[in-house]
Structures are given as C-alpha cells and as structure tokens.
Design a protein around this ligand. Structure first.
Ligand SMILES: *Cc1c(COP(=O)(O)O)cnc(C)c1O
Length: 364
C-alpha cells in the first residue's frame, strides 16, 4: 500500500509558550488538546483521500450524521513518550493499527491501512512535538496521549453502513491516570450490567461499549469504588475485564492468569505485553477462563497473591479490594509482581531499558 503524503496547515493561533508550559506542568487527563489534528476522509466512491494535519478545532457535522444516531464509531488509544535525549517514541503502534482495522470491520466501517494509521500519528506528533512532556524523573509518567478515531459522517438517517466517513487523530498531554501515584484501586463487581455479549462488539474498541458501561461505572462510584469489573453475559460466572482495562491474577506458585481472548474481551496491547514480560521474569502465563469463585476463593486461601488491571492509559494498576452486594474482599498488600512488571514496561517505553522485543517506534 502506498504511503500517502499529509498536507500540513499550521495553526495561525498556536497556544502561547507560557500557557502550554502551564498545561504541561499539570496536564490532568484528556482536558487539554494540542494545536493540531490529523484527518483523512473516506467515501465509498473515492476511498481514503485528503490526508491533512490542520489546526485543532470543532468539527462541522450535519445533524443527521449517522454517528450521532446509530453510534457507528471506533477509536484507539496510544501514547508518545519523550526519551532522555529528546527523541519521541511510541509503543507497538502496529498492534493498535491492526486492532483499529479489526474494530472497523465489526462496525462496518472502512479499514484504514496500517501505513495511514502510523503516518497520521507520526505527522501529528512531529507538528506538535513541543506538546510531548519531558519527564523530570522516573516517577513522572507524563506522555502525549493520542486518540485516533473514525466516525460515520454521512448525512443520512437510513440504517445501513455509512458511505462517508472521517478519521481523525487528536492528542493531549497526560500525567498518571490515577492521581497520587500507584495505589491499589477498589473494584465493584457488577451483578446485573454486562459490557459485552457473544456475537456483539466487545472485542472492538468502539464508543458503544463505553456507553453501555457508564451506568455500571456510576454504580461503582455510588459504592465508593474506582472501577467496575464485568462477568460474562451468558453464565454470569466468568471474569472478563474492567470497563477499559484487562485483568491479571498472580498465583503464589508463579502462574499468572488472564482471561483468554473471546469476542467479548478487548485484546489489550498492554495485556499482550504483560504476558511477554511475565515470561521474561520466569513466571508462567496462562490464558484461560477464570471464574468469580476462583477469584474469591483464591484470595481467601492465599493461592492468589495479587490481582491487577492494565491498559495504555493507567499502565498497571493493582487491585486492593473486590466489592459486591455480598461484601468486600480485601486483597493482600505488597503487589510485588505488578510493581515489577509495571516498572519493566515503563522503563522500555521511556527508553531506560533495552527494547529487547522491538516494541518501540521512533516518531521524532
Ligand atoms: C482499550 C481497552 C483496553 C486496554 O487496551 P490497551 O491496548 O492495553 O490500552 C482494555 N479493555 C477495553 C474495554 C479497552 O477499551
């Protein structure tokens, strides 16, 4: 597939340096966006065209645009990291590009080539390179979060896959996802709500899955929990994942278990990387079904020594409590394995450790 050229239209009103520095000093998560965005348009007659990087700003959408009515949308999440020498890198972008194509197929959207995906990210990060935070220590987990997404923009209320589609990449500097450093989070086990069902869209990264998870997340908050865990829809027995993170269970004999991939589980890039890093550390990864009873009993017996969640935004986050209508199960403190794997991953991403698996791609 040929590499398309992106035309670049620089912003005539980029944010002033001192205001940008204020944001970079305290970016939060997903609040402040860079000066530019990447865009490619697709129509059924002209395929992908009009590759551009242009000033960040509101989209003009017809009120009848299909995405507003039928939710035909997919997205990705990937970060750009500044290394000590000033260069800027991203982590396994080919995995995100491939998943974006898989999500597109499920949502009946056109597939974007991996070249277009990577070049859109590269061109945007080059243009907004001064928005990539410079970490001042190992504890500083700031980076530039990139959000590629694709929407059905055709103005048409008929129910069928749209014939006009737009792809964008926006970017925002981010600090650590959970404020106040790595501390274990509490998990609410939703007894009623389901995130995904067999044959549905659970394996695709689409806004609809998140829309379906919000009420369960609110239920979690109402019960003073940070995140919600979902069980499978068919048997209400098997642990699947959180609303936006995959789960791992560390056993005292060195096994490390994560639910095997089905069409109801999102295949996380972090999940895949954890499986490899765990193997590197001499642990024995297992991808298999794990029931809510095995989770509860494993903590009670001491067989399970740690549980953690992982994803691009929050990296690796230990779980401190499992809360449900049946009460609270406290998890052991320590989380040595999660802490070690987390550091291994961050050291590779920030260029502090050798990239033995060839995971890093230089952007700038
Ligand atoms: C994005 C996402 C994850 C984590 O995937 P990463 O590639 O590791 O960021 C896990 N679960 C869901 C539902 C997600 O949307």
């Amino acid at each position: 597939m040929s590499t398309e050229h992106f035309s670049v239209q620089p912003s005539i009103q980029p944010l002033a340096d001192n205001l940008r520095d204020d944001i970079l000093a305290n970016p939060g998560f997903g609040r402040h966006f860079t000066d530019h965005m990447a865009h490619i348009r697709w129509t059924s007659s002209a395929d992908w065209h009009g590759h551009e990087v242009r000033p960040y700003g509101p989209l003009q959408l017809d009120p009848s645009a299909a995405v507003l009515h039928y939710g035909q949308e997919i997205f990705e999440g990937i970060k750009a990291y500044r290394h000590a020498d000033g260069s800027i890198w991203t982590f396994r972008p080919e995995k995100n590009a491939e998943r974006f194509r898989r999500s597109a197929r499920r949502l009946a959207l056109p597939e974007l080539s991996d070249d277009n995906f990577l070049n859109s990210v590269k061109t945007l990060v080059s243009q907004d390179a001064h928005w990539v935070p410079t970490p001042d220590s190992e504890a500083d987990e700031s980076s530039l979060y990139l959000r590629p997404f694709m929407i059905a923009s055709e103005a048409f209320l008929g129910v069928r896959p749209a014939q006009e589609v737009d792809y964008y990449v926006i970017a925002c500097p981010v600090a650590a996802y959970f404020k106040g450093g790595v501390k274990p989070v509490s998990i609410w086990l939703s007894s009623h709500y389901k995130r995904a069902a067999p044959g549905g869209t659970g394996f695709a990264k689409c806004g609809g899955n998140y829309a379906a998870s919000l009420l369960a997340q609110q239920e979690a908050s109402d019960n003073n929990c940070d995140q919600v865990a979902f069980l499978d829809a068919a048997e209400n027995t098997w642990v699947e994942e959180l609303g936006g993170m995959n789960l791992f269970f560390v056993f005292k004999d060195g096994r490390i278990v994560t639910p095997r991939l089905t069409d109801t589980i999102l295949e996380g890039v972090t999940r895949d990387s954890m499986l490899q890093l765990a193997r590197d550390e001499g642990l024995t990864p297992e991808e298999r079904a794990i029931s809510i009873n095995e989770w509860r009993d494993g903590i009670a017996s001491g067989e399970i020594t740690e549980v953690f969640a992982c994803g691009t935004a929050a990296v690796v986050t230990p779980i401190g409590q499992l809360v449900s209508e049946n009460g609270t199960i406290e998890h052991p403190e320590g989380n040595a394995v999660a802490t070690k794997l987390r550091k291994r991953l961050l050291d590779i991403q920030y260029g502090r450790a050798k990239d033995t698996h060839g995971w890093m791609t230089q952007l700038v």
